[in-house]
Design a protein around this ligand. Sequence first.
Ligand code: NAD
Length: 306
Amino acid sequence: KILVTPRSFGKTSNVPFEILKKHNYEVIRNQSGRQYTEEELLNIVPDIDGIIVGLDPISEKVLKTGKKLKVVSKYGVGLDNIDLVAAEKLGIKITYTPGANNESVADLAFSLMLSLSRNVKRLDEIVRTNRWEKVIGSEVYGKVIGIIGTGAIGKGVAKRATGFDMEILAYDIYPDWDFANKIGMKYVDKNTLLERADFISIHVPLTDEMYHFIDKKELDIMKDTAILINTSRGGIINEEALYWALKDKKIAGAGLDVFETEPPINNKLLKLDNILLSPHCGASTIDATNRMSIMAVEGLVSILEG
Ligand code: NAD
C-alpha cells in the first residue's frame, strides 16, 4: 500500500501511476485538498508500506506508527518536514528528487525579482481599472545580486543573472569555486552580501543553523532599495522583522513563495503593498511535476523491490 500525498503528483502525465500499477501497489491519495496534519497521518500510516510525500509532517511519531513503513520518497528536495534521525533509527529509507525542480524554482525567483522591480501587479491593476498611469520601476539589468546558498537552485539563479549582466555575489558554507570562476560569481561574507546587493535571493535549506538567518540585524544592513526574495523555506526569514522592515521602508520590497506557517492565514505581511506573494509553488511547472513524479516513484520502487 502506497500513500501519495502531493496533489500535483502525476497530474501532468500518467506514467507515474502506470509504474505503480505495474508493481501491483494499492495507491491511497490525499483527497483532502490540503496537507495532512500529523493526527491524520497517524490514522493512515499503520498499514502503509511506502509514502510519496510533499510537505506533510513525517514526524518521529508518524514513522514509529507506520509499522510496515519501509520508504519515504520525498516529492521535492526540502527534507525539513521529515524526521531524518528517527527514520535512520527505525531503518526507514528516504529518497528524494534532486535536480527535478531546480530550474522551475530559479525561474520563479527571477520572475519575483522582475515583477517587483517593474511593479507588474500594480500595472495590471491600473489597466484593469480603466486607468492609464505610468509607474516608475527600476531595472534588474546590470544590478548586484546576492545569492544565499549556491546549490542547484542558487546556481540556476546565478546562471540567469549572467544573462542580465549582473554582478553576482554569493554566500555558502560549501563554496563551489569551479562554478563561481566559470560564470564570474564572487563568494563574499554574509555582511558584504547584505550590504552590497540590490537583490537578495535565498536558496539554503531550513536547518537549525538557518532558522531566522535573516533577522532585524540583517535587514538593517541591507540597502533601502534592496529587494529580498525567498523561495526556500519560511523559517529562514523572521517574518515579524521583515514586516517592520517593509512597513518602515527599510528595504524596498520582498517576494515570498514560502512562509513560516503555510498557508499564511491572518499573516500581517499580506497587508503590505511592497510585497509579492505566491503559494509555495516554485516547483509547480509541467516540467518539474513530470520529473518529480517519475523520480519519486522510481526511488520508492527501487527500495521496495530491492
Ligand atoms: P541544495 O542542497 O542543492 O543547495 C543548498 C545549498 O545551501 C548548498 O550549496 C549548501 O552548501 C548551502 N547551505 C546549507 N547550509 C548552509 C548554511 N548553514 N550556510 C550557508 N549555506 C548553507 O538545495 P537546492 O535544490 O538548491 O534547494 C534549496 C532549498 O530550496 C531547499 O532546501 C528547499 O527548502 C527549497 N525549495 C523550495 C521549493 C519551492 O517550491 N519553493 C522547491 C524546491 C526547493
